[in-house]
Design a protein around this ligand. Sequence first.
Ligand SMILES: [Zn+2]
Ligand SMILES: [Zn+2]
Length: 262
Amino acid sequence: MSIDPLSDGHIHTSLCHHATGSMEDYVLAAIKAGMKEICFLEHMEEGIDSHRTTWLTEDDFAVYFIEGERLKEKYGKKIKIEIGVEVGYNPDHVDLLQKRLSQRSWDRIGLSYHFHRPVGEDYHLNLVSKSDIRLQQLPLEQAKRIEEAYYANLTDAVEKIPAAVICHLDGVLRYYPGRDQVEPPWHLIEALLDTMQNNNVGLEVNTSGLAIRGEVFPCRKILTMAIQRRLTLVAGSDSHRPEDIGHGFEKLAEIVRQAQLQ
Ligand SMILES: [Zn+2]
Ligand SMILES: [Zn+2]
């Protein structure tokens, strides 16, 4: 099992409102970092009630494609550039997400589940944000239920969204203060990985986890489970600054080797 450390498959831009740098800045940084391939993976969300917008509108995506094509033309001899999307699953708006995805020719579709609407509520919790104060106050039992719902919904999403790869698979509740006290629901993670295998969906090894928790997303145990199922592994930095492209990729070969030994 191998992973290509010269291909960064998860890059954001200033278009998502919480990253810095133009698309061209990222391309130039990637060339400087010696990458041979990058994939922009900008945020698509649908029907999310959140206090801030962290995703692109369809007008933004139009600009994104035009600029992406220009950059492919300009830098194509130096680096392969892909224009992809990180689609956030929303079980309440599957049809609309499918429709929006089908309207453009993405080089890659990455699938995440960032926002969760608790049963009976009309707001969404941002499961991956450090600024969502409601997460900080979540009782442990409720956090467990939310994590279970996260994996169940993501499994459902794999069946419904034509994704190539699952992003930051165990990044759920990454900033939750009681994170260490919540044992991951392993049976649900197994079910998700089985569904990925059946649908030929790859697994992202996301190095943004190194700074957040000292380990990539997903953790070694899940990586081992993925390798046993022969899932394709794809490297992603989840860069929100040009200088983060390829961050930690020099560690990837050893991380995968260690996971294989388990
Ligand atoms: Zn994400
Ligand atoms: Zn991302």
